[in-house]
Unconditional design. Structure first.
Length: 317
């Protein structure tokens, strides 16, 4: 059953009417097929009108949609012969970051994906997509493995942020994130990161310091969540909408600022309405970016990555 966001209520009403008509048997000589087709066109037009003028806060809602494809969906669809690798060789396994070896369209790769889970059981298992230090240390191990065997790295970012609990701090959360960013910058292989939902703070950039950073059309990427920002600035999370405006967290704003390299279009109505199409489009975008990066040697890849991040902040809206 499809979940509708608050601003999608007119669309929800129309789709409910379409569903009712499909269960009727030609009342009063009405041509149900024609009526359904008319309403479907109306739904398409309404979705187009709605999704071409989403506010930053509405994009936050879309990025967090429970039916939006998650990290494992991308791994399972795009990576053949995926072999997961577990553990950080220091403390334990963290299932908020899934990683391993596989083939992307015939080429061997190392892949990392933040996974939020899709129901209560899997959300708890994956810690709601909030990695602990061992998750980032596992990511470091995977990236170093990729560097050793000259395999491109693909990462899929979708987290509200790194886990803020006491045990994470005790095990060195800040150091783990900083070290992960350092390893991203040091590897001599192509690193392509894609923000598929929510890119939250250091929890995201720890695996997103890549040669190319792609971002889905309705994803968000920010130093802090709108609620967290509002709690600091206004002492209440009720101003989250205002914070979302101020943070410039949309793909379109970040593209203008030079923080990301490409905005990947989503199906009409968001990735949650057609996950398979959204994933295929991301795969095509990654393949295109990878082609150009494979032409560069290790020193050039490192230099390009370093210069890219040093140049951030030089553009303004």
């Amino acid at each position: 059953m499809r979940t509708f966001l608050d601003f999608e209520k007119p669309v929800a009403d129309l789709e409910a009417k379409i569903e009712e008509l499909r269960h009727l048997s030609n009342p009063d000589g009405v041509n149900i097929a024609d009526e359904v087709a008319r309403l479907e066109k109306k739904v398409e037009k309404l979705l187009k009108q709605t999704y071409t003028k989403l506010t930053p806060w509405q994009k936050v809602q879309v990025a967090r949609h429970p039916q939006r494809p998650h990290g494992l969906n991308y791994v399972n669809s795009l990576i053949e012969d995926f072999t997961p690798l577990a553990g950080d060789r220091y403390f334990g396994e963290d299932q908020a970051i899934i990683g391993g070896l596989g083939r992307f369209r015939g080429r061997g790769v190392v892949v990392m994906a933040q996974e939020r889970g899709h129901d209560i059981e899997t959300r708890v298992r994956h810690n709601f997509g909030m990695p602990k230090p061992e998750g980032y240390r596992k990511a470091q191990r995977l990236m170093e493995l990729a560097d050793r065997f000259e395999l491109p790295i693909l990462s899929f970012v979708d987290t509200s942020g790194a886990f803020p609990g006491l045990e994470a701090e005790e095990r060195g959360q800040a150091e783990a994130i900083a070290r992960s960013i350092e390893v991203c910058l040091k590897v001599g292989v192509p690193l392509i990161s894609t923000v598929i939902g929510e890119g939250g703070s250091g929890g995201a950039i720890a695996i997103a310091t890549g040669n190319r950073v792609l971002m889905l059309e309705h994803a968000i990427y920010s130093v802090i969540s709108p609620e967290g920002c509002a709690s600091i600035l206004w002492k209440t999370s009720e101003n989250a909408k205002d914070a979302a405006e101020a943070l410039r967290l949309t793909a379109q704003d970040l593209d203008k600022l030079g923080v990301i390299d490409q905005v990947v279009n989503e199906p009409l109505g968001g990735a949650h309405r057609d996950p398979a199409a959204a994933i295929a489009t991301v795969g095509d975008a990654i393949e295109e970016q990878l082609k150009s990066l494979l032409l560069l040697d290790a020193p050039a890849l490192k230099a390009q990555r370093r210069e890219k991040f040093l140049a951030m902040g030089s553009k303004s809206l």
